[in-house]
Design a protein around this ligand. Structure first.
Ligand code: ACO
Length: 385
């Protein structure tokens, strides 16, 4: 029987468009440019909600009452602490390596150190271990930033919100209300986004009935890549190269000529504007005006106009990562921390979707069609040449 050639086989490269499960956690409408968590538009959540409330919504399926939110917030606050043993081992890692690698290692360490999460066999205790990770991720990311700056980690402040406490643990100073609100919005907007690569990776690991720490660390590993969450750091590095919008436009021309991708543009699902990009653009402009430093924003805006005019018809438009870095930069945060901030938020989506999937679990196991040679005779090593 003759084998079909690679061209004749129909398959979804990169699993594009493949439906692998149903979900009630969130929806992405790539044509209308709409993102919703549990039916609530992210624009409304960004305007009215908080990260804590959003996490509750993602995990439990409904907006909390005041007392439910108070109870959940207490629980998250109680889970903020990262054991000193884990921090000491992170300090001893044999690198300066990327904070995302340190974060991934930190989550693995927590699994080894914390007995309770190792024995999280049933769904309830698994979810609890997941909530603990949502609480701990901000502390871990902030501690990593401090360790890299040769400064001692700052212990969490139970009086502060998740976003406010994260900023406090980064700098050691109480955050300004505007900075806290902007970080809160950034955490809300990054919390969940369909079956993206890192969510899928963490779900695949969880579907084998591995532990939640392993699933979350695979989410971090996947998010790190520059085609995914790693793009936000790459965007700011690109923007920082240019002193003027004109220099940036020359770069875009060259990149297009060489068929290179421009970071922060394009999306597998959105073929129109990413709604998160629009919100971030507004805050990036407002914060830049407030700090009196418009350089990065003006460069970004010029790049956006050019890319949209040239590639917009192909659905290549700004994504979530294009403007978020300008906001973090205005808040005084180092670029290497941009992708860890994404993880500090997205851990909620990973945990919510893992828990939903485990309720009716089936091992993920797609196929690949073999197109290589067959029935080859084995050649002894001395006769190969
Ligand atoms: N700049 C220029 N051209 C692009 C871009 C871009 N950013 N993105 C896609 N294209 C072009 C490709 O060159 C390709 O062109 P061709 O058909 O002429 O060969 C076409 O659009 C399709 O590109 P794919 O990479 O196949 O599209 P896919 O849906 O797989 O990719 C992705 C989506 C990976 C996000 C892509 O747009 C990209 O690499 N963007 C840059 C990295 C980035 O910003 N990632 C963050 C995404 S958001 C997130 O994950 C949090």
């Amino acid at each position: 029987m003759t084998k079909p050639s690679e061209k004749e086989i129909e398959f979804a490269k990169g699993l594009e468009g493949v439906v692998a499960t149903t979900t009630q956690v969130g929806s992405v409408d790539g044509t209308a440019g709409k993102l919703a968590y549990r039916g609530y538009d992210v624009n409304d959540l960004a305007e009215h909600s908080t990260y804590e409330e959003t996490v509750y919504l993602l995990l439990y399926g409904a907006l909390p009452t005041r007392s439910e939110l108070a109870g959940f917030t207490d629980k998250l606050v109680g889970y903020r602490t990262v054991p000193e043993e884990a921090l000491a081992r992170i300090r001893d890692l044999p690198c300066p390596c990327h904070p995302m690698s340190m974060l991934r290692s930190g989550i693995s360490l927590l699994e080894c150190i914390d007995d309770a999460c190792r024995i999280a066999e049933n769904l309830e205790s698994k979810q609890d271990a997941g909530i603990q990770l949502i609480g701990q991720m901000a502390t871990l990311a902030a501690a990593i930033s401090r360790i890299l700056e040769q400064k001692p980690p700052v212990a969490p402040d139970p009086e502060l919100s998740h976003a406010g406490n994260f900023l406090y643990m980064l700098s050691g100073r109480q955050p300004e209300p505007l900075a806290e609100r902007v970080m809160d919005i950034a955490l809300i907007l990054h919390a969940d986004h369909g079956m993206n690569a890192s969510t899928f990776a963490s779900m695949v690991v969880a579907s084998t009935l591995s532990d939640i720490h392993s699933a979350v660390s695979s989410g971090i590993a996947t998010l790190k890549g520059s085609l995914h969450g790693g793009a936000n750091e790459r965007v700011i590095r690109m923007l920082e190269q240019f002193s003027t919008p004109e220099e940036a436009l020359a770069y875009v021309d060259k990149a297009m000529e060489n068929k290179e991708k421009i970071m922060g543009f394009g999306h597998r699902v959105y073929k129109t504007y990413d709604p998160r990009a629009r919100i971030f653009q507004r805050y990036a402009r407002d914060l830049s005006e407030l700090t009196g430093d418009m350089k990065l924003y003006n460069v970004a805006e010029a790049i956006e106009k050019k890319v949209v005019a040239t590639l917009g018809h192909k659905g290549i438009l700004p994504n979530v990562d294009f403007y978020s870095g300008i906001i973090y930069h205005a808040l005084g945060i180092d670029a290497t921390l941009f992708t860890p901030i994404f993880a500090v938020s997205r851990v909620a989506g990973w945990v919510a979707r893992i828990m939903e999937y485990l309720e009716n679990n089936r091992l993920f196991r797609p196929r690949a069609v073999y197109v290589g040679p067959e029935d080859l005779p084995y050649i002894p090593i001395d006769q190969r040449g």
